[in-house]
Design a protein around this ligand. Structure first.
Ligand code: NAD
Length: 440
């Protein structure tokens, strides 16, 4: 469509685009606690600190408006400081309703004067209201973790009203044609963080609807290798242990999906003395798990054996009601994949006679066969739901180095030009399917 990049001076202001809030967080008085936490995290993020020093001198992002939909955690705060040091104006909303650290959100608002829209435990309507505010910020660039921001933006631009969550749709319908166009006109590109988001974007690219270039940060070798494997491996175990206080040693630990995250999770569970069982649909990866020394079984056979289950596949309904019904009394079930759809909670509900919250982030389902199954963190990413940390800080430092320094391909033609996704390493063109039900 080739509308070209609209400089900020010619663009509508957030107010003109219907922004209704300066920020929306839990409690501004938590800012000092957030600052201390952020400082602690930054000590283990030296690369990002170096970049910040460079950015302070060079100001490469001067005048850029950036909307970010990310986990609002200490590590993201360190990234935000770096982007602001580079001259960017940044608005931040949560990419998961449970992962926000409220004190960190307060720090960003108070000390960086950033518009932040994130409250831990926010409901679905608030989650999308916050995405709406990040869109009304009128970004030139987006940063996404799961593609909720970019998909909402595209649905508005394409007037796919049914695909747009109600709180965003109501606002989008009030925008005039010219305002809707202005919303997307200034976009020169974005970044996408996670495996699932990249899959959505690729599908959008393939169906020809992706309108601006996106850097697939997840495709960088340093991202999936270190971050998904070691970072997610550690933080997922950490989330499960904190939520349950169970001993991993001696437990039958079922890992579904032997991809980057699954390998890290299996490695860590094994290291803590668990008997690891892997379920995997890709035969090569299943073989790899066997060669790595694990038992590989279909879920139907793993279900009666497991004490602890964790899905990390990016797929839907990996653990279904027939599996839940086959589990031991007291089985613990978690997910660390991006969306909360890996566990068929609807199916579980159908075979449940009663349910109750027994600990923070632990819900007991009493099944019709009288056995109890414990689901952690509502089936959302357990490393974030419980501990609010997506991974150890050094891992995040390398991830954020990639995000703060990646440049869009020189050939990217701006908004409505060639929509493609490319990895920081090989610039491989890729691209966003429909909304998959939010989780962050
Ligand atoms: N929790 C976190 O902090 C975090 C971090 C990074 C990625 N993720 C998410 O974790 C998920 C996995 O990411 P990844 O990088 O490991 O992806 P990956 O593609 O490397 O691995 C996924 C694996 O799951 C397998 N799989 C798919 N459906 C399956 C099923 N029904 N049963 C068993 N195995 C199945 C695939 O064959 C593949 O081997 C994605 O949703 C990603 O967005 C979470």
């Amino acid at each position: 469509m080739g509308m070209g990049f609209a400089p900020n001076s010619e663009r509508l202001t957030p107010n003109e685009c219907g922004a209704t809030m300066d920020y929306d967080i839990k409690d501004i008085s938590l800012a000092e606690k957030g600052r201390l936490r952020m400082e602690w995290a930054e000590m283990a993020m030296p690369v990002l600190k170096l970049i910040r020093r460079r950015f302070e001198k060079e100001r490469p992002l001067k005048g850029m408006r950036l909307s970010a939909c990310l986990h609002v955690t200490t590590e993201t705060a360190a990234l935000m400081r770096t982007l602001v040091a580079g001259g960017a104006h940044v608005a931040l909303c949560a990419s998961n309703p449970l992962s926000t650290q409220d004190d960190v959100a307060a720090y960003l608002v108070k000390e960086l004067k950033m518009p932040v829209f994130a409250i831990k435990g926010e409901d679905s309507e608030t989650y999308y209201t916050h995405i709406r505010e990040a869109l009304a910020f009128m970004p030139n660039m987006t940063m996404d973790d799961g593609a909720d921001l970019v998909s909402s933006l595209h649905f508005i631009a394409l007037k796919k009203w049914k695909e747009i969550p109600p709180s965003v749709r109501k606002w989008a319908r009030t925008l005039s044609e010219s305002k809707r166009r202005a919303l997307v006109q200034g976009l020169i590109g974005g970044t996408e963080e996670t495996t699932t988001g990249v899959i959505r974007l690729r599908s959008m690219e393939q169906s020809g609807v992706l309108r601006f270039p996106i850097i697939a940060v997840n495709d960088a070798e340093t991202k999936h290798f270190f971050d998904n494997r070691y970072g997610t491996g550690q933080s997922t175990i950490d989330g499960i242990i904190r939520a349950t206080n169970r001993l991993v040693a001696g437990a039958n630990f079922v890992v579904s999906g032997y991809g980057w995250c699954g390998k890290g999770l299996a490695l860590r569970a094994d290291g803590m003395g668990a008997n690891v069982i892997v379920t995997e649909i890709n035969p090569l990866r299943a073989l790899e798990a066997v060669m790595d020394g694990y038992r590989v079984l279909p879920m139907s056979e793993a279900a009666p054996l497991g004490d602890i289950f964790c899905t990390v596949t990016g797929d839907v309904n990996v653990i279904r009601k027939e599996h839940f019904l086959n589990m031991k009394d007291g089985a613990i079930v978690a997910n660390s994949g991006h969306f909360n759809v890996e566990l068929d909670l609807g199916g579980l509900q159908k075979v449940t006679v009663s349910r109750r919250q027994v600990r923070d982030f632990v819900e007991e389902f009493r099944l019709k066969n009288r056995r109890r199954v414990y689901v952690l963190g509502e089936g959302r990413l357990i490393n974030l739901a419980w501990s609010g940390t997506i991974g150890p800080w050094p891992r995040r430092s390398t991830r954020f180095r990639r995000r703060s320094t990646t440049r869009l391909p020189a050939s990217s033609s701006g908004p409505w030009g060639s929509g493609s996704t490319s990895s920081p390493k090989n610039r491989r063109p890729i691209s966003l399917p429909g909304r998959k039900g939010h989780d962050g």
